[in-house]
Write a protein that binds this ligand. Structure first.
Ligand code: ATP
Ligand code: MG
Length: 449
């Protein structure tokens, strides 16, 4: 089957043009550099439109993440128009026009003809491997994923051009795939992740046909190269809607493909308690973004894989492996398994291991160890992780609180805090220690956990 077969004649008759007075997109909301690119292409005699997420977001009155331009100029022609331009990509050949840090992506209209040469290639599952057949705007529209992502803002007359009922879906807050949903998901299973991402981010509802198809072909996501899934995973979880995204991915059976070990761990309770750490980590990360703070990928991945590492390590300890070795082996095995689903860059896995290996070190609160630990480059992340564990019943709350105080204490106070407790037999009060689930219990020896 050719990708998204279409009948060009029926399409052109269906086109709806929303004139400037019929929509709310104003040039003042559009990046100056994107406008420069549009005007320059127009001046050189080409058609030029904004398309995709930027049009969708502008219609919602939101600031777009980036501005994508589409034109009838071919990549080499685009390169001739702009000095600051580089051609990239194999699967989709694109031009990047650079303005300092801002990059405007300029694509040529995709064609939708028969796969007559190696410029357009499908694999046996129907996945599109290469797609460099150029065409017209009427053809390009059918190559896009959702109707709300297929609206074109025409620089010629500032109108919005709609071939697929995208404007009506936009108003109804519906995310609808263009064409037959199952075929479109087969062509590119990543569209399922995009469906979840947009539904959550925009607060749109998935069209029922789209939801049904997703249940049917979720498995196909496992065919996608792990490097691409890593990129998509970052887009899913790093932008302020991580918790909802996680829930929706699980609902459609997509999460288990991205994080198989994590999915398994979530079905195993911890001494009769559900595993709460991940959900809490995602909620915290969303709150941080809402407060304008940053989140790091390694922290999130540490949270995703923490429970699987715990479960595996505990199994090894039960079989007689010493604790330290058991945790190291478990971390290695879980990371090796994970990178088959989402490739993880080395700096990320290194940082994850550091966050994990700091955890037992927080138990040493006396003598010179705390003052050394606090200078560790990952101290802050390690401490945040400890807090997360403590808040979800996996670590001693009192220890976490102690480190909270220690960090902000002055030198004098820090020295006092790290003095070893009086030896047994003196009349000091026994320290109160919280057990695993946070219930206070007396620790008669007053020793460290
Ligand atoms: P974002 O806000 O995340 O940038 P976006 O919709 O702009 O959302 P991009 O990845 O920037 O997403 O893609 C730009 C446009 O290209 C999309 O709106 C869509 O029309 C088209 N597109 C991108 N990826 C796909 C895909 N996998 N299949 C079909 N069309 C796609
Ligand atoms: Mg975009």
């Amino acid at each position: 089957m050719t990708p998204s077969k279409i009948n060009a004649e029926s399409i052109s008759t269906k086109v709806k043009i929303y004139t400037r007075s019929e929509h709310n997109i104003s040039r003042s909301q559009i990046s100056e550099n994107a406008l420069k690119v549009l005007y320059k292409l127009q001046k050189e005699g080409y058609d030029a439109y904004l398309v995709g997420g930027c049009v969708r977001d502008l219609l919602l009155g939101r600031e777009p993440k980036d501005f994508d331009v589409v034109t009838n100029a071919e990549p080499e022609e685009i390169k001739n128009v702009f000095r600051n331009c580089r051609l990239i990509g194999r699967r989709f050949r694109l031009a990047h026009v650079h303005f300092g840090r801002e990059v405007i992506e300029v694509a040529t209209f995709r064609g939708a003809g028969e796969a007559k040469n190696d410029e357009q290639v499908l694999n046996k599952e129907g996945r599109l491997l290469r797609d460099n057949v150029y065409g017209t705007i009427e053809e390009d529209v059918w190559r896009r994923d959702f109707t709300v992502n297929a609206l074109y803002y025409n620089i010629k007359d500032f109108s919005v051009v709609d071939y697929v009922g995208g404007m009506a879906d936009h108003k109804a807050a519906t995310l609808r795939l263009i064409g037959d949903p199952e075929t479109r998901f087969r062509e590119d299973p990543v569209r399922m992740l995009r469906a979840v991402r947009f539904a959550v981010k925009l607060g749109f509802n998935l069209h029922p046909d789209c939801a049904t198809a997703m249940h049917q072909v979720a498995e196909l996501l496992s065919c996608i190269p792990s490097a691409r899934l890593y990129d998509e995973t970052l887009k899913l979880f790093m932008f302020g809607y991580a918790l909802q995204t996680f829930e929706m991915l699980r609902h459609y059976g997509l999460f288990q493909i991205l994080f198989p070990s994590t999915e398994n761990s979530l079905s195993l309770e911890d001494n009769g308690f559900p595993r709460l750490l991940l959900a809490k980590a995602l909620a915290n990360s969303d709150n941080r973004i809402a407060d304008g703070k940053t989140v790091t990928a390694y922290f999130l991945f540490s949270a995703f894989l923490w429970e699987p590492v715990q479960i595996l390590a505990k199994g090894k300890i039960n079989k007689g492996t010493i604790e330290f070795i058991a945790y190291q082996e478990a971390a290695n095995e879980i990371i090796s398994k994970q990178i088959k689903s989402t490739a993880l860059p080395r700096h990320i896995t290194l940082a994850m291991r550091e966050v994990w290996s700091l955890q037992p070190k927080f138990n040493a609160r006396f003598g010179s160890k705390p003052s050394r630990l606090i200078t560790h480059p990952r101290f802050r992340a390690g401490y945040d992780f400890l807090l997360l564990r403590a808040e979800t019943g996996g670590a001693d709350l009192e220890v976490a609180e102690w480190w909270g105080k220690y960090q902000i204490a002055d030198d004098n106070e820090q020295r006092k805090m790290t003095q070893p407790p009086s030896r047994k037999g003196t009349n000091s009060k026994p320290a109160r220690k919280r057990n695993y689930r946070g219930k206070a219990k007396v620790n008669p020896a007053g020793t460290e956990a």
